[in-house]
Design a protein around this ligand. Sequence first.
Ligand code: RIB
Ligand code: CA
Length: 322
Amino acid sequence: MVTESSPRRVIVDTDTAGDDTQALLMLATADRIDIEGVTICAGNVEFDYQVENAKHTLSLTDCDATVYEGARQPLLKEHTFADYVHGEGGLGGELFPETGIPSGDRHAVEYIVETAREHPGEITLVCIAPLTNVALALRQEPELNELLDEVWVMGGNVNCLGNVTPAAEYNFWVDPDAAKVVMNELDVTLFDWGLTVRDTGFDAETLASFETGPKTELRDFFVEIAQSVREFNRETLGADQTTQPDSALAAALVEPELIESTGHYHVDVDEREGMTRGYSMVDEDSVTDGRPRTTVVESFDNALFTQLFRDMLFEKSPEASL
Ligand code: RIB
Ligand code: CA
């Protein structure tokens, strides 16, 4: 049971841009969570922008977690950025932080493995990026699943349209070889793109209430970074709204009541180049002989999420109204 007196200890693996920053803020401002460390993986924008974005985001809070640099490209595939969603630097407009804060003294993968070994059963790995670092950690430590407390992943698209191709979501598409390893070798709680689109977005009315609320540093930061994804969603979804894939996962770690329903399925990933690269095969009808080891979050309480997010922005405490 996670409480303020015994917070959940997490390592956050992120490709810090856009909503990754809000996930970091959610976890860094929550009393029920202790961020042990942050690891950076090749993803949304240029790697060094992601590193600075993570350090800058944490500097807006009291969290002094170290940022460790990890894989700068996928295991095998050529890397593809998502700067068309998040802006060149990943923070929407003109924000390109240069914090001067040093990175951790070892590779992110080494940090993940050593921390899991030193604190068996204590660490939750929060994966909100392509899964390259996590797959490399599994290769270094085959017992990683037993050493970690839990593994939560934002990725895939459960029998619905992806957001990079019709078949695939960005985190699984960018490094499908890594996603395949992770989904077959770790017991994962999965937040997919389908859940993101159904249950996590903030509509124009909610966004307006944020913009007209009291001026705070976190509110201003959110409004700035949300511009780019709102523009992208206006063009692609035809609606002025955000999508909150990473911060929704983070909020559910803070308040598990946000998760309304789950299913347990075998999940595999297509690592081959081509039309179905990165496709997440989710065996909802149990027609394969795969082990149903993945907990897929199928419904999420958007109203309660909005409350936690609002309290994070204006009170710097997502649990303020709980
Ligand atoms: O598909 C959405 C995911 O890909 C999010 O984690 C976003 O930050 C990108 O990494
Ligand atoms: Ca991400």
